[in-house]
Write a new protein. Structure first.
Length: 244
C-alpha cells in the first residue's frame, strides 16, 4: 500500500518566487475571485499525484471552489473515494481552506468535531479522518496553523488527545508547520516514517533561506518498506511511503 501527502499550495505556481507571493496574496486578500482562479491550475496537482502512484493521497491547501474539478481529475487517476474537510476561511472572499483524502481502497469519512481553527491567514488548513474497514486502518490528514498563532498549541493538544483514543492501525500525516523534533513529544505512541525529509520551501530563492521538514508521516501498527519524495509546482514536496 502506497500512501502520499502533498500540500498543493492552492495549485499555484511555487516554482517562481514572484508567482508564489502574488498567488498567496490573491488567495488570502483578493476580493475578485476571477483573479484568484487565473493563477491556479489543478493539472499541476494531478500531474505529481499521478507520478506518485499512491493508493491513498492526502492533500492540503485546497481552496473552496476547487473541489469539483479536483474530484473529477482524481477519479480520472482511479481514486474512487474522495472526501474533504474544512479549515479556516480567507479574509475577503471568506472561502474555506480545505484538506482531502482520496483513496483507491474503500473508505468512509469519520467526522471530527471541535478541531480549533482561526479565520485568518495561517489559522489552520483543516483536518479529515477516514476509516478503512477492510484494512483495519484509520488515516488522519491535517494541516496545522502557523506556529506563531496561539491556536497552534490548541491544535497540537487536540491531536495529541484525539489519536490516543483511536485503537488499531493509524496513519497521521500532513503539514505540521514544525520540524519533527519539535513535535515528537506530543506523539510518543506514533513512529515517524518520513525520515525528516526537508519538504518546504523548495521555491527558488526562498529555499536559500530555509528548507525544513514540515510535512510528516507518522504511523502506529505499520512498517515502512520504501520512502520517496517528488517536486511539483508547489512550495512543498510530495512525500510518499510504501507500508505493510
Amino acid at each position: 500500500m502506497r500512501i502520499a501527502f502533498y500540500n498543493q499550495m492552492f495549485a499555484l505556481n511555487g516554482r517562481s518566487p514572484f508567482s508564489n507571493l502574488i498567488g498567496h496574496w490573491a488567495v488570502h486578500f483578493q476580493g475578485n475571485e476571477s483573479k484568484i482562479w487565473k493563477r491556479t491550475d489543478l493539472n499541476r496537482t494531478i500531474e505529481i499525484i499521478g507520478k506518485s502512484k499512491a493508493d491513498i493521497i492526502a492533500i492540503a491547501e485546497i481552496l473552496e471552489g476547487q473541489e469539483k474539478e479536483l474530484e473529477d481529475k482524481l477519479r480520472g487517476l482511479g481514486y474512487r473515494y474522495i472526501f474533504f474537510g474544512k479549515g479556516h476561511k480567507t479574509k475577503f472572499r471568506k472561502l474555506y481552506v480545505k484538506v482531502a483524502i482520496a483513496s483507491k481502497f474503500k473508505c468512509k469519512q469519520i467526522e471530527i468535531f471541535d478541531f480549533p481553527v482561526k479565520n485568518e491567514m495561517g489559522g489552520g488548513g483543516g483536518i479529515i479522518r477516514c476509516s478503512f474497514p477492510e484494512l483495519k486502518l484509520n488515516l488522519i490528514n491535517v494541516h496545522l496553523a502557523c506556529v506563531k498563532k496561539r491556536v497552534y498549541q490548541e491544535q497540537i493538544k487536540f491531536l495529541e488527545d484525539y489519536v490516543k483514543e483511536i485503537k488499531g492501525k493509524l496513519i497521521l500525516m500532513g503539514d505540521f508547520n514544525l520540524r519533527y523534533k519539535e513535535i515528537k513529544d506530543s506523539f510518543k505512541t506514533l513512529k515517524l516514517i518520513s525520515d525528516e525529509i526537508k519538504t518546504c520551501s523548495v521555491t527558488p530563492l526562498f529555499n536559500w533561506f530555509s528548507c525544513k521538514d514540515l510535512d510528516h508521516i507518522l504511523v502506529k501498527g505499520l512498517e515502512k518498506k520504501n520512502l520517496g519524495e517528488l517536486k511539483g509546482y508547489s512550495d512543498h514536496k510530495l512525500i510518499w511511503a510504501d507500508l505493510y
